[in-house]
Design a protein around this ligand. Structure first.
Ligand SMILES: NC(=O)c1ccc[n+]([C@@H]2O[C@H](COP(=O)([O-])OP(=O)(O)OC[C@H]3O[C@@H](n4cnc5c(N)ncnc54)[C@H](O)[C@@H]3O)[C@@H](O)[C@H]2O)c1
Ligand SMILES: [Zn+2]
Ligand SMILES: [Zn+2]
Length: 355
């Protein structure tokens, strides 16, 4: 089969001809890939940032946000069958450890991370496990939803953690309205009452942010910390979601966070340097975020309870739409008129996101 493999750090990946994966265990599942998203993490992998953490021998196949159709199943697989349309949680997990039993898939003590720790989904076929498969409506097009498998659930998971902090009158700052951030904005608009402020270097990304629900946008041109202070009455924001967290954005993010506020680190690559006195005297929280749970892709792709016009193929796209935006390196979701981008529904209907 054809596969996109990384042979050396700081070198572009190469399309190779490689053997197809084979079922090795009773709970293994092989998926025929229909869509594999490109995440900035793939660029971080190419930069070598994950080498120390994963030590994955090169070459290996990239791709950790995948969707497709079940191609072959192990002898004990009962939750999916050949031909099912599936989106994949990024980590096949053990199902037996305390984290798995608590639903904290990302903290499983015996998990794998295809695309980071072994061969991923930028290929014709991917080896995963029964536990990672989320069955979708058969009419769903995998390429429409693949990016929800990682980018989508990461943004959604972080926003869900912030929901209790974002009551009416609060402000949430999104730094970086790219592949993850543009979904984070929509999740904030759907799930919270906060005023949404979006900071990005790219004016096109800010235009998209406005369409998706941002009340204020700020170009990151050096004056972004002061601009956020102004927009929050000098206080700083209750929540900052940093989808960049490198090249200085991490210092900006902490500086934009108000007293007793929370700074959510989602992007990575930078180093946060903060005097501990600043942390205790202002009681600011710094919160790490790693991908999401098995239930997050279910919540992102399920049919809304009250939406007579819902079409199965657009279930995820209806929720999180991304109008064609060539400057954003992400799988494009077709826009829909069903849930107009950025529209807030005071009655909660139409969003259908589980709270
Ligand atoms: N925590 C996790 O579990 C997790 C999961 C997936 C991805 N990530 C990380 O999240 C980050 C975002 O990934 P993505 O795929 O959305 O990237 P992306 O390239 O699609 O988007 C990044 C956006 O940030 C903007 N930007 C860049 N530098 C900026 C700055 N200094 N200030 C303001 N805006 C700036 C860019 O213009 C772009 O719009 C990456 O670091 C990625 O590796 C983390
Ligand atoms: Zn990713
Ligand atoms: Zn486990």
């Amino acid at each position: 089969m054809k596969a996109v493999r990384l042979h050396a750090f700081h070198q572009p990946p190469v399309i190779d001809e490689v053997p197809e994966p084979a079922i090795g265990g009773p709970l293994d599942v092989i998926v025929k890939i229909g869509g594999a998203g490109v995440c900035r993490t793939d660029l971080h992998i190419i930069e070598g940032q994950w080498d120390a953490a994963m030590g994955t021998p090169l070459p290996y196949i990239l791709g950790h946000e995948n969707a497709g159709w079940v191609h072959e199943v192990g002898s004990a697989v009962t939750n999916v069958a050949v031909g099912d349309t599936v989106i994949l949680h990024p980590t096949p997990t053990c199902g037996l450890c305390r984290a798995c039993r608590a639903g904290d898939d990302m903290h499983c003590v015996a998990s794998e991370f295809p695309g980071l720790s072994r061969d991923g989904g930028m290929a014709e076929y991917l080896l995963t496990s029964a536990r990672a498969c989320v069955k979708l409506d058969p009419q769903t097009r995998p390429q429409d939803v693949a990016a929800l498998a990682d980018a989508g659930i990461t943004a959604y998971h972080a926003v869900r953690k912030a929901v209790p902090l974002l009551y009416p009158g609060t402000s949430a700052v999104v730094i970086g309205a790219g592949g993850l951030g543009h979904i984070g904005i929509q999740a904030l608009a759907a799930l919270t009452a906060a005023t949404i402020i979006v900071v990005d270097r790219n004016p096109d990304a800010l235009k998209l942010a406005e369409q998706l629900g941002a009340e204020h946008t700020v170009v990151a041109d050096g004056g972004q910390v002061a601009a956020v202070r102004d927009l929050t009455g000098g206080r700083g924001a209750e929540v900052v979601l940093d989808f960049v967290a490198e090249q200085g954005a991490e210092q900006d993010g902490f500086a934009m966070t108000g007293r007793a506020g929370s700074y959510f680190v989602i992007g990575y690559g930078g180093t946060l340097t903060i005097p501990t006195l600043d942390i205790i005297s202002t009681e600011r929280n710094i919160i790490g975020n790693i991908v999401g749970t098995y239930n997050d892709p279910i919540r992102l792709t399920r049919r809304p309870t009250r939406s007579p016009t819902w079409t199965p193929a657009g279930s995820a796209a209806a929720r999180f739409s991304c109008p064609s935006q060539p400057s954003l390196p992400r799988v494009q979701f077709p826009p829909t008129s069903e849930f107009p981008a950025g529209q807030r529904r005071a009655d909660g209907q139409g969003t259908a996101i589980q709270r």
